[in-house]
Design a protein around this ligand. Structure first.
Ligand SMILES: C[S@@+](CC[C@H](N)C(=O)[O-])C[C@H]1O[C@@H](n2cnc3c(N)ncnc32)[C@H](O)[C@@H]1O
Length: 302
């Protein structure tokens, strides 16, 4: 293999390639075209070999060995260390809330700290005043919305499980949120469609509708949530669907069997295709991270 000049190496390797190097070491470096293995020899020469594996997905922990930064979870940990804001992801009350959810036996399926803070950025960017969330769990994502809303804002969140709702309420009190989220307990579609309920009134002149809706509940019902969310979102508002990629299961070829957790989303994407931009403008973003390969879809209502 041809030696590589130290000037072209990543900084960490340049340091390793500096004079007085004695020990041999091997380092993996992730690049778009694959994984490069650098080997530093005792005589100062550095060899590199591009491994066959394309880096379409991050390395597994086993492949990465000590190089945890080449795993999606390792990068998430780094990003959170750098970007977690004191009043948002770094609020100790959020960590206490996750611990409270663990103690109560809730599943660990809340959004990541990065997605939570992204939702806070989005809330601020669209200058949202009213947010609807479908799927509360222990209120982790809810808290990011509440923290990003103005004090005059409003957040409604819907949760099927009374036990989850109780943990969320305890967490909201601990977080001292203002606006304080209203938890609506029950099956989301029953609540959203109840003609006598709080979600019955279609947006009108006095009530233009929600600025932002976040959907993160039963994946099988995503299309029905989409219909209700479209009805309740103001013109110019956005709807975000978590878990829009499902490890690629969303994109099985037409005619192939679709996993139940991807069926609703595929119906949404079919609807959007048919709509051809008349009602909505949408994008879906694939993500990797602490929670492996998934993503979110964002829909802007014209
Ligand atoms: C993925 S978790 C929500 C996580 C939360 N958004 C967060 O990031 O912190 C999904 C939640 O939706 C609730 N859920 C599932 N099916 C539901 C339904 N039909 N109606 C209302 N809530 C439902 C579950 O009980 C669970 O608490």
């Amino acid at each position: 293999m041809p030696p590589v000049s130290a000037g072209r190496l990543p900084r960490v390797l340049r340091a390793a390639a500096a004079p007085a190097r004695r020990s041999l070491s091997t380092t993996l470096s992730a690049r778009a075209d694959g994984v490069t293995q650098y080997t530093l020899h005792a005589d100062g020469k550095v060899e590199h070999a591009v491994k066959g594996t394309r880096l379409d997905v991050p390395l597994t922990r086993e492949q990465a060995g000590e190089q945890t930064h080449l795993t999606a979870a390792g990068v998430d940990a780094y990003l959170t260390r750098k970007l977690a804001a004191p009043d948002f992801a770094a609020d100790p009350a959020l960590a206490r809330g996750l611990a409270r959810a663990d103690e109560a036996g809730l599943p660990r399926i809340a959004v990541t700290a990065q997605l939570g803070q992204f939702l806070a950025v989005l809330t601020k960017a669209v200058r949202a005043e009213r947010v609807l969330e479908i799927g509360t769990l222990g209120g982790y994502s809810t808290a990011f919305f509440a923290k990003a809303l103005p004090r005059t804002g409003q957040i409604d969140t819907i949760e099927y499980s009374p036990a989850h709702a109780r943990v969320a309420q305890a967490n909201f009190l601990d977080l001292d949120l203002f606006p304080f989220p209203t938890v609506h307990v029950g099956p989301a579609l029953d609540l959203l469609r109840d003609p006598a309920g709080v979600f019955a009134r279609p947006p009108g002149e006095l009530d233009p509708g929600y600025d932002l809706v976040f959907v993160d509940a039963n994946k099988d019902e995503y299309f029905e949530y989409f219909v209700e969310a479209l009805r309740l979102t103001k013109s110019g508002g956005v709807i975000v669907f978590d878990n829009a990629i499902r490890g690629g299961r969303i994109a099985v070829p037409d005619g192939a069997e679709v996993a139940s957790d991807a069926t609703g989303l595929r119906k949404i994407f079919d609807w959007i295709e048919e709509d051809a931009g008349k009602t909505v403008l949408s994008a879906a973003i694939q993500t990797v991270g602490d929670k492996s390969w998934d993503g979110f879809a964002i829909v802007y209502k014209n």
